[in-house]
Design a binder for this molecule. Structure first.
Ligand SMILES: [Zn+2]
Ligand SMILES: [Zn+2]
Length: 654
């Protein structure tokens, strides 16, 4: 074979191997033919490196090419600029720019556009703009590059100004890539004003005018733009308008719903997607696991987990992190641990998720052990890790350990205590009954304490019957949030528990006079992927009669073995007997009775509640677990309680 043929075959091989993902084989072929001094195979190799993300190798080869005095052509520079952009290599970018000037190659619109693109992608906005302004001729790709550069940095105004210039001064019609470039500004700017939203809506209208709204690139960017502005309705309309819905578009609408707290809608969209014969990717799975974690729908979560296993789609760390949070939020700490162990290279988020799962389930020893392991493998705990760890101490009443960690976190872990960390300590002291210390701590902290922190303190005053501090805290809270029912309820409970009935009634009456509604408690339970919700003394469930009969039967049985209703948790303006009765029909008790009716004996019962579990229900659940032999996993708005054999995992400390 002649020399040229050799090179032709060689180049084809370099391309073929790279296409098959074997860049090493490409390199072997290259090494065999690079000695000829012809730039063709060098260019080909640099291009393959740049295309496949081996940016450093691409730049190195370019340098080697210069050292060997091999002629560099337009195509060499095109590829090496791609590599510089991929690597954010500003210094190299400027070197390449200088070479282009020296060689007089600068006047081609393709190379100049590549230069603009490279500088913009490296975040060198000013340099990119300077090249752009100096160009004699620009095409739509040049405009896309410069506008994307500004959008990426969240410079909405500049991006729009350029867009206007392009259309009015140069009469260039935008293509489908322009819309993602422009609309990206909406997702990158954290401070999108009303005025900007009007801009973005005008862009949507313009896309419709030039009939690009149905294009999937345009559709995907419109969905992302609307969802970052919490306009889910508009996002959905933009989604519906797209005629070819690919996986990218589906993931953007599903994640838009997931991120905006519309977990259920995200799930429905997922089923629609499957119906359209689109295979989900790990990003979608990850969004769905998070959605199920939010909804605490374990059956659905399990089903989607099963789906991902069957589909053979590998789950990355992010998806597994979401999956472990899903299991933990649904009360399956063992399964969460199993998923954590399946992560090959757990990252800080994996550890944070698992440590906070242990905290919520009242397992401080496990949390600490994992914290040590994390440091051992060289991961640096961040502020979230320390919040999770502190809250695990708080849930377990480990006051000394908590304080020690708090006071050493800056020195030992380089994390400055934030409001969150201070809040953990207030919680820790308050729960442990160290109400005075907690009050002092709140007053001395370097942040302005918010209402929820005062509420924690008031809750502790109620539990530990501290009238003096309770009155002080209630006064602050009534000033901050005069319409918050919980303050009245807690203060009145404090008086009632200390036998000061007159004052307790006075607070209750004040609440009635001011027409303050008590937050209504609800509990829910998932049976065969359907949620059943129960309010207080709720009789709306179709099986209501049966449920009440079952509950009465259960109450009768637990009374026989020693359960005594604690009427301080019932509403106050009622006769004693009536009070006792209303206590029986608290939401979590109704949900439990329904759970017993609807599941096979022996199956654990999982109940969710929107408020903190009351002392009486906590006590009743212990007895329920004893007489029914069921494990009851109750998640309130604060933590998990695992009731088994008459005991609770929280050790009555919550
Ligand atoms: Zn209750
Ligand atoms: Zn408990």
């Amino acid at each position: 074979m002649g020399c040229q043929e050799d090179e032709f075959v060689g180049n084809s091989l370099i391309q073929m191997y790279a296409k098959c993902g074997s860049i090493d084989d490409s390199l072997k072929v290259f090494d065999g033919i690079s000695g000829t001094g012809s730039p063709v195979c060098w260019n080909s190799m640099i291009a393959r490196f740049a295309e496949n993300g081996f940016y450093v190798d691409g730049i190195e080869l370019y340098k080697l090419m210069m050292e060997n005095e091999i002629l560099q052509t337009t195509s060499t520079f095109g590829s090496v600029m791609k590599a510089c952009a991929g690597l954010d290599a500003t210094w190299e970018a400027k070197q390449v720019h200088a070479q282009l000037i020296v060689r007089g190659l600068i006047s081609s619109v393709i190379l100049e556009t590549a230069l603009v693109d490279m500088y913009m992608k490296c975040g060198e906005i000013e340099m990119g703009r300077r090249v752009f302004d100096g160009m004699n001729e620009r095409n739509v790709i040049t405009w896309n590059s410069v506008i994307r550069g500004y959008s990426q940095m969240g410079y909405v105004e500049e991006a729009f100004e350029l867009f206007g210039m392009m259309r009015k001064k140069e009469m260039i019609v935008p293509d489908k890539f322009m819309f993602p470039a422009l609309l990206m500004a909406a997702t990158k700017n954290s401070n999108v004003t009303e005025e900007f939203i009007e801009f973005f809506k005008a862009i949507h209208a313009y896309a419709i005018k030039i009939r690009l709204e149905a294009n999937r690139f345009v559709g995907t960017s419109l969905v992302a733009m609307y969802s970052s502005n919490q306009s889910l309705g508009d996002a959905l309309l933009a989604f519906e308008d797209s005629y070819s819905k690919d996986i990218g578009l589906w993931s953007s609408i599903i994640s838009a719903n997931g991120k905006n707290g519309k977990a259920e809608e995200a799930l429905w969209l997922f089923y629609d997607m499957l119906f359209s014969d689109i295979k989900p990717n790990q990003f979608i799975y990850s969004t769905l696991f998070m959605a199920c974690a939010d909804l605490s729908t374990m059956e659905t979560g399990k089903q989607i987990h099963g789906h991902s296993l069957k589909s053979g789609c590998p789950l990355d760390v992010a998806a597994r992190n979401a999956l472990l949070s899903m299991y933990s939020n649904c009360g399956c700490i063992d399964e969460a641990k199993r998923i954590f162990n399946s992560i090959q290279n757990p990252n800080v988020i994996s550890y944070n998720s698992m440590i906070s799962a242990f905290a919520k389930h009242g397992l401080p020893t496990e949390a600490v052990q994992l914290f040590r392991e994390m440091k051992d493998i060289g991961l640096k705990p961040d502020d979230i890790t320390l919040v999770a760890l502190l809250s695990s101490f708080s849930h377990a009443g480990l006051v000394e350990e908590g304080l020690e960690l708090f006071y050493s976190m800056k020195e030992n872990h380089g994390v400055e205590p934030s409001y969150q960390h201070y809040a953990c300590i207030v919680d820790l002291l308050a729960r442990a009954g160290l109400v005075e210390a907690a009050e002092r701590f709140v007053n001395e902290m370097p942040f302005k304490p918010g209402p929820s922190l005062w509420q924690v303190l008031l809750g502790a005053c109620s539990k530990h019957q501290n009238v003096e501090i309770g009155e002080r805290v209630a006064e602050i809270l009534l000033e901050l949030e005069p319409n918050e029912a919980i303050t009245y309820v807690l203060l009145s409970n404090i008086y009632a528990k200390c036998g000061r009935c007159v004052e307790a009634d006075r607070v209750r009456n004040l609440m009635v006079e001011r027409r303050i509604e008590k937050d209504s408690g609800v509990s829910w339970i998932e049976i065969e992927r359907e949620m059943h919700v129960f309010g207080v003394e709720d009789r709306s469930h179709p099986r209501s009669k049966e449920i009440y009969e079952k509950l009465d039967d259960l109450i009768r049985k637990i009374k026989e073995i020693g359960y005594a209703p604690d009427i301080t948790f019932a509403a106050h303006n009622m006769e004693n007997e009536r009070r006792e009765e209303s206590l029986y029909y608290h939401t979590e008790k109704l949900a439990f009775a329904f759970g017993v009716l609807s599941t096979t004996p022996g199956v654990p019962i999982r109940i969710m509640k929107n408020l903190r579990v009351c002392g009486d229900c906590h006590n009743a659940n212990k007895y329920f677990s004893l007489i029914t032999g069921r494990t009851i996993i109750l998640r309130d708005n604060h933590r998990f309680h695992h009731f088994k054999g008459g005991k609770c995992s929280c050790g009555d400390y919550w």
